[in-house]
Design a binder for this molecule. Structure first.
Ligand SMILES: Cc1cc2nc3c(=O)[nH]c(=O)nc-3n(C[C@H](O)[C@H](O)[C@H](O)COP(=O)(O)OP(=O)(O)OC[C@H]3O[C@@H](n4cnc5c(N)ncnc54)[C@H](O)[C@@H]3O)c2cc1C
Length: 393
């Protein structure tokens, strides 16, 4: 049951001054008290309408932007405390909200934006008035993002944008997009790309949702037909958007490689196995034990990277192994859960299984895209091969 009234803003506390385990405990206690049930263990991505109340509670508490500096409305947390916060949210099963404004746009504007852009967008992003989507991928530019063709021609004080973006997560809920568009052609295809902020209500923008394998509409194709964007919405210098877009990737791979989601899927596998009496079956136990050991190995590797962050060291290219391992393990766990559930696995939604109720298909569906987004696993393997192992390109 949700508490009767939402919390209000705390007197700002210096979170960095608390010992790490006290900080973790305070975060955990507050999340357990105030996180609404509707956002816990969602079957797919949370839409804005589902997230609004939880967002507003975190905002009023002053906790919506753990990594932003305090003078801009964030918590000013060090990377290790941001990880603790994320771990506690995952531990409680809190679904991911449409948070790209917090994780991507805010840090980008703080580093590359103008004063006018910061005062226009940062407060709205914190309060949830501005919900952002990421307009990078195109029908012919995904892994090879620098091949993007969407054009932005500068005409006087406006850019005129034409083209289309695809796989844009929750574009139908977004009020704004951060967009990569081609403003010129340079010697290298990474040159001539610019980073623009777009109001989604601008005339000429059409958003068409795409239905995924689970039957949900989580991403979209977005079309731009002579869309006029004020020149003041350019972030950084014209033609130099590539380095802005690439500046935030390492930390994302640590998050995607966290063992929390595979652990939740593993708990569901155990629930299915118990209900079907499979713990006496040697063939099942063999596969179960292998996955369990792989999960422990993933947790140990994750802790090594977290320790690196704790020591204040930057993450290297080897963090790619965590993304590969975590996402592929999640897939293997959810596949064994389907086999264990036998014909129940063909049923969508909650299934009654010998006295318990479990959604068998949800972890399977939600594990599929993990090997594609955030840089596909093949690309991560290329990074490990060339950058870490020094193999020839
Ligand atoms: C759930 C989900 C949400 C997403 N949300 C967004 C979003 O909000 N905004 C956004 O801009 N994009 C988003 N994306 C898109 C995502 O970034 C791309 O799907 C991803 O970059 C891969 O590009 P692609 O789909 O065009 O596949 P391609 O790049 O065409 O790749 C096809 C296959 O070829 C492999 N491959 C490609 N190049 C190489 C290579 N050099 N070596 C070896 N193998 C290679 C790939 O690994 C893949 O298996 C999302 C994707 C998913 C699945």
């Amino acid at each position: 049951m949700s508490p009767p009234s939402p919390p209000t803003i705390d007197a700002p506390a210096d979170w960095e001054a608390l010992p790490l385990e006290d900080f973790r405990l305070r975060v955990r206690t507050w999340i357990e008290a105030w996180c609404p049930d509707e956002v816990r263990y969602p079957a797919g991505r949370l839409r804005w309408a589902q997230s609004r109340e939880w967002w507003s509670r975190l905002y009023r508490r002053g906790w919506i932007a753990p990594g932003w500096p305090r003078e801009h409305g964030g918590m000013g947390l060090s990377p290790i405390r941001q990880i603790v916060m994320l771990e506690e949210l995952e531990r409680h099963g809190c679904g991911r909200m449409p948070d790209q404004g917090i994780t991507q746009v805010g840090p980008i504007l703080l580093r590359y934006g103008t004063e006018a852009q910061r005062s226009e967008y940062l407060p709205k992003t914190l309060s949830g008035e501005a919900i952002w989507c990421q307009g990078y991928s195109e029908p012919n530019a995904g892994s090879d993002l620098a091949s993007l063709q969407t054009s932005a021609r500068l005409q006087g004080d406006r850019f005129v944008v034409d083209g289309s973006k695809i796989w844009t997560t929750l574009a139908m809920d977004a009020t704004h997009m951060y967009l990569l568009a081609r403003t010129s052609r340079g010697a290298r295809k990474q040159q001539g790309i610019s980073f623009l902020l777009v109001d989604m209500s601008t005339p000429g923008i059409t958003v068409r949702p795409i239905r995924n394998i689970a039957g949900d509409e989580e991403f979209c194709q977005v079309f731009f037909d002579s869309v006029e964007i004020p020149r003041g919405n350019l972030v950084g210098r014209i033609d130099e958007g590539w380095s802005i877009a690439k500046s935030l990737l390492g930390f994302e791979r640590l998050g995607i490689g966290s063992p929390r989601r595979p652990r939740q899927a593993f708990a569901r596998l155990e629930q299915v196995a118990r209900a079907r009496g499979l713990f006496g079956d040697p063939a099942f136990l063999d596969r179960y034990t292998e996955l369990r050991m792989d999960l422990e190995d993933l947790s140990a590797a994750y802790e090594e990277f977290v320790d690196q962050v704790r020591r204040g060291e930057p993450l290297g290219a080897d963090v790619s192994l965590l993304k590969i391992w975590g996402t592929e393990l999640m897939q293997r766990i959810s596949e064994l859960a389907l086999l264990a559930a036998e014909d129940h696995a063909a049923l969508a939604g909650e299934v009654a299984l010998e006295g318990s109720s479990v959604n068998v298909l949800a972890p399977f569906y939600s594990s599929r895209p993990g090997t594609i987004y955030g840089g596909s696993n093949e690309i991560q393997r290329n990074i490990l091969a060339t950058t870490v192992l020094g193999l020839p390109r």
